[in-house]
Design a protein around this ligand. Structure first.
Ligand SMILES: Cc1cc2nc3c(=O)[nH]c(=O)nc-3n(C[C@H](O)[C@H](O)[C@H](O)COP(=O)(O)OP(=O)(O)OC[C@H]3O[C@@H](n4cnc5c(N)ncnc54)[C@H](O)[C@@H]3O)c2cc1C
Length: 390
């Protein structure tokens, strides 16, 4: 009989793990707390080994088919004039070749899973009791079942991780709020990602999608979680206060956020778990190592981790497999979590002088020769990494 694996979380890491574990011969059940697959989220990119995993799933063309159509990234000033631009090209640069809405990628991954994978929505784990033969899992909706292994892919705020890894220190706040929302597309919009940095540590971003709307972000630095516990109405009011003095597309974004039903607010925190496995339970994706959009590559790491975990598990002993998975993934995660000195402060300066310096920096970085050199220096180590066989 195949070993039973429970995967919790059906976003990116969860469905990718379900696919590869089923491929490796496991009997897989996916548990998602939401009542259905969550379709929300904005533009995410698939790069390096994440792209190789998508290719091995036979999904590269499907992902390309849902490309957001972004032509590249333009830094603009408060009047909307272009300061510097980074056209799409290869895996380096702010816009990757494979850019897709998070919800679209999640659906493609889930639909790629074989029929043998069982899906349960609207439930979550309340207790995990492990012994040497397996894990007895208790569910919020009632019932208790035994599994051989449990894969926690519940994202940065995972509750099951709290149950199993209760003694772990695991957060590093980056002091930055990111607020996302979908707004209407207007005639002046094109397919470039526009990024505006202004004093008082604020950023504004506007990106195209492939469904006829625009994806906006209003970001600001905050050393404490000042929006925590506020209602959606209060959050909108705080954003209005914070960004009301700005021109360009900002008034329109604020208006759009008034009616956006997908407003998503995140105080950025890296997850730094000392170990990713305990007994028969293993952490995967943001639940293990959330790198935040500032570290970048969270989706590619989730895809890579899902594949690598299944590849090592396919060879037998789960204890050895978990250790090898962690050993394989750690350098990639450490690299993504290791931010250059001054980041994110440098990217969201308080003063006009800081903003001017940043704008000048993007102009230099956009010069073709500098781009090539920087690409060589900054290219992801994951790019040249050989995936284990499965
Ligand atoms: C709705 C949503 C929108 C997002 N939007 C963006 C975005 O715009 N830009 C960006 O860079 N990243 C976004 N992300 C994060 C991005 O998906 C991840 O950083 C990355 O892809 C790694 O994914 P993950 O599967 O590890 O974790 P996540 O994508 O965080 O997914 C975790 C999943 O686990 C589920 N879950 C949580 N708790 C439990 C529980 N106790 N039991 C069962 N299931 C549980 C959640 O509902 C979710 O489906 C978003 C995530 C979500 C869930």
């Amino acid at each position: 009989m195949s070993a039973r694996v429970l995967v919790t979380g059906a976003s990116i890491a969860g469905p990718a793990a379900a696919y590869w574990l089923a491929e490796a011969g496991f009997d897989v059940t996916v548990l998602e707390r939401a009542g259905a697959l969550r379709e929300g989220g904005q533009n995410i990119d698939v790069r390096a080994t994440g792209r190789e995993v998508i290719r091995r799933m036979g999904l590269e063309e499907a992902v390309r088919g849902r490309n957001t159509g972004e032509l590249g990234t333009r830094f603009v000033n408060e009047a909307g004039a272009v300061i510097s631009e980074f056209p799409v090209g290869g895996d380096d640069g702010p816009t990757a070749e494979l850019e897709i809405l998070r919800g679209a990628l999640s659906r493609l991954l889930a639909e790629a899973c074989p029929g043998s994978v069982q899906w349960r929505f609207g439930d979550e784990i309340t207790a995990v009791d492990q012994d040497e033969r397996g894990a007895a899992v208790t569910f919020a909706c009632g019932g208790r079942e035994r599994f051989d292994l449990v894969v926690i892919a519940e994202g940065a705020g995972s509750r099951t991780r709290e149950l199993v890894f209760s003694d772990e220190p695991r957060e590093r706040a980056l002091g930055m709020y990111v607020t996302y929302g979908t707004i209407e597309r207007e005639p002046q919009d094109d397919n470039w990602w526009k990024f505006l940095v202004v004093p008082e540590a604020r950023q504004v971003s506007l990106r195209p999608d492939d469904v006829g709307t625009m994806r906006a972000m209003l970001n600001f630095r905050a050393d404490t979680p000042v929006l925590a516990g506020l209602s959606a109405y209060e959050i909108r009011r705080e954003l209005c206060k914070k960004f009301a003095d700005l021109g360009w597309e900002v008034p329109r974004i604020l208006d759009g956020f008034e009616i956006a039903d997908d407003l998503y607010v995140e105080w950025l925190r890296q997850v730094q778990a000392a170990t990713w496995h305990r007994g028969r339970v293993v952490l995967l994706g943001d639940a293990a190592w959330c790198v935040t959009p500032i570290g970048g590559g969270g989706t590619s790491l989730a895809l890579t981790g899902a594949y690598v975990l299944a590849a090592f598990l396919s060879e037998g002993d789960h204890g050895q497999a978990f250790a090898r998975y962690e050993q394989w993934m750690r350098p990639l995660v450490d690299d993504a979590q290791h931010l250059p000195p001054g980041v994110p402060r440098i990217a969201a300066p308080e003063s006009w002088a800081g903003v001017q310096a940043l704008r000048w920096g993007t102009r230099v970085a956009a010069l073709p020769l500098v781009r090539t050199l920087a690409g060589r220096l900054t290219s992801s180590p994951a790019g040249g990494r050989e995936l284990p066989g499965l």
